[in-house]
Design a protein around this ligand. Structure first.
Ligand SMILES: Nc1ncnc2c1ncn2[C@@H]1O[C@H](COP(=O)(O)OP(=O)(O)O)[C@@H](O)[C@H]1O
Ligand SMILES: [Mg+2]
Length: 384
C-alpha cells in the first residue's frame, strides 16, 4: 500500500483555505478509495510540522480545538535519505517511507516553488507543478514577462522595485503616466487574494496605491485595466496530454474588484476556492459565452499551461474585454483551492478520480525526471 503524505496549512495568508483543500478535497477522497495509507502533515502558522491521523478531521480545525491539540503534540522529523522518510511524533521509533507527497498548500512557501524545491531535493514524487513553473506562476511580473515572450496577450504593464519607489518616485509616477492609461491596477507581485491591490483612477490615488503594494512586497506590477470585463478561469490537469475542465465564469459583480472577504467569506467568485460554503452558486460552469469566445479562452488557457511548463494541475485566470472579445491572460494558480473539484465534477471527473489521476501524473513526472542524468564522471579531482 502506497503511503501518501498530504502537506497543508503553512505560513501564508491562505493557511485556512489550505486546510479545507487538504481535508475535504484530498484526504477524504483518498481515504475513501481504501487503497492508500494517508498521512496528514499540518504546518502550523508558526511553522511547526505535525503528522497525526487526527489531523484529517475537519472538526479539529473548525471547532478551534487544534490549538490545544498542538500544545499536546510534538512536531515530526523528516529524513531525506534518497527519498523521504517521516518519523512520527508519538512513536519516534517508527519511521515511515513516503511514496508520494500531495502538497495542498496555497500561497507563500507552498504554492510558489519553495516546498517543491524541498521535495525535489529529497527525491520523492509529488503532485502538481515543479519548482520553476510554480515560482514563475506565483510572480505576477515574471509570469507576464514570460507570457509576452510567448505571444500570450496580457494587459500593458510596468514593474517596479522597492528602490524605484523609495529613490525615484517622481520618475516612477512620470513613467506610469507616459506609458499607461488610467484606470490602472497596482499589485504586489507575489501575493494573492487581492491583498494590497488597488484600482487607481488618477494620479491623486497613485502614490497611496504604490505605498500599499510596497508594504506587502518588494516588487510591484502596475497594469492597465481590461475594460468591459468578463473574468473566466480554466482548471486543467495533465503533464503532456492536457485535460481541461469547464471554462468557469464568476458571476458576482463587484463595483471594483474582489477583496479577500468577498472571495472567501461572502461566497464570491473565489468562494469556490473554499469548496461548498456559499460559493458555487456564484459561478457559471460552464461559462455561457459565445462559442467562439469560449473556444478562444479555452485555447489560451491551454497555451499558457503548455508554455509555462505546468504539470499535474493548475487553474488559468483570464480577463475578457466583452466589447472587443479579446482574451488576456491574468494569472495562474498552480494549486487551485479545493482542486476546483466542483468544476471537474461537472466536467465528468469525480473527486476520487481527480485525486487518483493526480497521483498518477505525479508518478509519471517523477519517473520522467528520474531518467534525466544529473551527474557526470570527470577527472577534475585528479589534478589536486
Ligand atoms: N488588468 C485588470 N483589468 C481589470 N480587472 C483587473 C485587472 N487586474 C486585476 N483585476 C481585478 O482584480 C482582481 C484581483 O487581481 P488578480 O491579478 O487576480 O490578483 P489576485 O492574485 O489577488 O487574485 C481580478 O480578479 C480582477 O477582478
Ligand atoms: Mg486573481
Amino acid at each position: 500500500m502506497e503511503t501518501i503524505l498530504v502537506i497543508f496549512g503553512g505560513q501564508s495568508a491562505e493557511h485556512d483555505v489550505s486546510i479545507i483543500t487538504a481535508i475535504n478535497s484530498i484526504i477524504t477522497p483518498l481515504i475513501l478509495t481504501k487503497k492508500y495509507k494517508v498521512l496528514p502533515l499540518y504546518i502550523s502558522k508558526t511553522g511547526q510540522w505535525y503528522c497525526d491521523k487526527a489531523l484529517s478531521n475537519i472538526e479539529l480545525f473548525t471547532s478551534g480545538k487544534i490549538d490545544n491539540f498542538l500544545i499536546k503534540s510534538k512536531p515530526v522529523s523528516l529524513k531525506f535519505n534518497n527519498g523521504l522518510e517521516i518519523e512520527l511524533n508519538r512513536l519516534h521509533t517508527k519511521r515511515l517511507k513516503v511514496d508520494l507527497v500531495f502538497p495542498a498548500m496555497h500561497g507563500t512557501f507552498g504554492e510558489d516553488g519553495d516546498l517543491m524545491g524541498l521535495l525535489e531535493m529529497s527525491g520523492v514524487a509529488y503532485v502538481g507543478c515543479g519548482v520553476s513553473a510554480s515560482a514563475i506562476a506565483m510572480n505576477k511580473v515574471l509570469a507576464k514577462q514570460l507570457a509576452l515572450g510567448c505571444n500570450i496577450p496580457v494587459s500593458k504593464f510596468l514593474a517596479f522595485k522597492t528602490s524605484d519607489f523609495k529613490l525615484k518616485l517622481t520618475k516612477v509616477i512620470k513613467n506610469i503616466n507616459s506609458r499607461l492609461k488610467f484606470p490602472i491596477f497596482v499589485k504586489p507581485a507575489h501575493l494573492g487574494s487581492s491583498i494590497g491591490i488597488s484600482r487607481v483612477k488618477n494620479n491623486d490615488e497613485l502614490k497611496n496605491a504604490l505605498e500599499l503594494a510596497f508594504y506587502y512586497d518588494d516588487l510591484v506590477i502596475v497594469e492597465e485595466e481590461v475594460a468591459n470585463l468578463i473574468e473566466v478561469t480554466l482548471p486543467i490537469i495533465g503533464n503532456d496530454k492536457l485535460t481541461p475542465a469547464l471554462l468557469e465564469r464568476p458571476m458576482l459583480h463587484q463595483a471594483d474588484f474582489f477583496d479577500f472577504e468577498t472571495k472567501y467569506l461572502k461566497g464570491g467568485k473565489k468562494g469556490a476556492k473554499t469548496g461548498s460554503k456559499g460559493s458555487q452558486g456564484y459561478s457559471e460552469v460552464p461559462a455561457k459565452l459565445e462559442k467562439s469566445l469560449y473556444d478562444a479562452a479555452q485555447s489560451l488557457g491551454l497555451k499558457v499551461y503548455q508554455e509555462f511548463g505546468l504539470s499535474g494541475i493548475a487553474r488559468i485566470d483570464m480577463l475578457v474585454d466583452s466589447k472587443t472579445n479579446k482574451v488576456y491572460f491574468n494569472e495562474i494558480n498552480p494549486m487551485p483551492g479545493s482542486l476546483y473539484s466542483h468544476n471537474f465534477q461537472k466536467a465528468g471527473i469525480s473527486n476520487v478520480l481527480l485525486v487518483e489521476k493526480l497521483l498518477q501524473l505525479a508518478r509519471e513526472r517523477f519517473k520522467a525526471r528520474s531518467s534525466v542524468v544529473t551527474t557526470f564522471k570527470t577527472n577534475y579531482l585528479k589534478q589536486f
